[in-house]
Design a binder for this molecule. Structure first.
Ligand code: DSN
Length: 413
């Protein structure tokens, strides 16, 4: 009787069903997406959604919150354990609001901040001029080295010493290499700046101890919960105990009203899942899959920004392939593969049609694909891009993708 009540509203149900079928029969290669477990999905449909609970455990602005306090504390304790955090706020509604709360907790409007450029792999909320971050704060930006495609820590240090920002932001949405957290901290210490890591993309890999954890090193760390961490849409902020009060005040009453308590329950479930040994295996396989696919693309004659990957994603540079990112995204959609267009560093093309695509392996790894199938998928992508105007070939590849989806269904247990 799955969704039996929802099905009674046929207009809504038809659309939900279509999306469920799309997800079942297509492969998800968008680096920031994943398939949550049935337990996470069920938590989001609980009666906890009915409650208002502004404030924090023991200090709420509405009655009847003793049970919600228990749930929030459970989520906090699990997150603390997972990330070795001194203090965790589990209320942020999503990544950008979490980052807004971090800035509000540590900065005044107009303060100088140093962050990674969006077109070099950063995030809108790391100081882009069209975003609140770039409008409210005085961002200066670092980029990646044009030859290596990697963050150049000497350049970061030089800019930091010259500009003396109050905060340094490390983190990204399209960067495939490990970050030297300690080096960022050392540079920040030289100028007395706060350190802020946005680990939204790599939180699951960090939780599974597959890549280094900035939480014990940095002053404050934010992450969404729905990417490699495989939880519900939402975010958390972690910080040193000495910043706990200002971070909590910035989330509520600074940024938000009532937390979404059903989502807090789903976060607790996801943290519990990530604490299990099998999550380590999952995260390890995400990286193995991404590395295998990147190597295969190099073998097939493609350029990967920075030449490979240490995490769950990589950027495929299409500038010499006769099509740009938007068209590539559309061609791949025709064969049942979702990817996202992406800028390459110093992209000559505009953000709506940049020169690359970003490919990530968290979702396909949840389906159980390993290196063998991943290499086949890389082949499908290459074949589709080379035959972008040949509908017959695209149809043949689409059938192969669908067969793979049948063989590797989205887990329902
Ligand atoms: N939209 C997310 C991503 O795709 O990376 C970041 O917010």
């Amino acid at each position: 009787m799955k969704y039996s009540r929802l099905q009674q509203d046929s207009a809504v149900w038809e659309v939900v069903k279509k999306e469920e079928e799309r997800q079942n029969h297509e492969l998800e290669l968008i680096a920031s997406e994943n398939y949550v477990s049935p337990a996470v999905l069920e938590a989001m449909a609980t009666v906890l959604t009915n409650k208002y609970s502004e404030g924090y455990a023991g200090k709420r602005y509405y009655g009847g919150n003793a049970v919600i306090d228990e749930m929030e504390n459970l989520a906090i304790e699990r997150a603390k354990k997972l990330f070795e955090a001194e203090h965790v706020n589990v209320q942020p509604l999503s990544g950008s609001p979490a980052n807004a709360a971090v800035y509000m907790a540590f900065l005044n409007p107009g303060d100088k901040v140093l962050g990674l450029r969006l077109d070099h792999g950063g995030h809108l909320s790391h100081g882009h001029k069209v975003n609140f971050s770039g409008r409210l704060y005085n961002f200066v930006q670092y980029g990646v080295n044009p030859v290596t495609g990697r963050i150049d820590m000497d350049e970061v240090r030089a800019i930091a010493l010259k500009e003396k920002p109050k905060m340094i932001v490390a983190g990204f949405s399209a960067y495939s290499r490990e970050i030297d957290w300690q080096k960022f901290k050392d540079i920040a210490d030289e100028i007395g700046a706060y350190t802020f890591a946005d680990i939204a993309h790599i939180a699951g890999l960090i939780a599974a101890k597959q890549i280094k954890n900035p939480v014990p090193i940095f002053d404050v760390v934010s992450t969404t919960t729905h990417k490699t961490l495989r939880g519900p849409r939402g975010a958390i902020i972690m910080c040193k105990e000495k910043f706990a009060k200002q971070v909590d005040m910035a989330v509520f009453p600074g940024m938000q009203g009532g937390p979404h308590d059903h989502i807090t329950a789903a976060k607790a479930i996801a943290f519990g899942e990530a604490l299990r040994p099998e999550f380590k295996e999952y995260a390890r396989q995400i990286i193995l899959n991404a590395q295998a696919m990147a190597e295969e693309f190099i073998r097939l004659g493609y350029r990967i920004v920075s030449g490979g990957t240490d995490n769950h994603l990589f950027i495929l540079d299409l500038s010499d392939k006769g099509l740009a990112g938007k068209e590539a995204e559309q061609v791949l959609e025709k064969i049942g593969l979702s990817v996202s267009r992406s800028t390459i560093p110093n992209d000559p093309n505009p953000p709506l049609n940049p020169s690359g695509i970003r490919i990530g392996t968290p979702a396909v790894t949840t389906r159980g694909l390993k290196e063998k199938e991943i290499l086949a998928v890389a082949g499908y992508i290459d074949e589709a891009l080379r035959n972008k105007d040949d509908q017959e070939t695209l149809d043949v590849i689409k059938k192969r993708v669908q067969d793979l989806c049948v063989k590797f269904p989205i887990p329902t247990k």
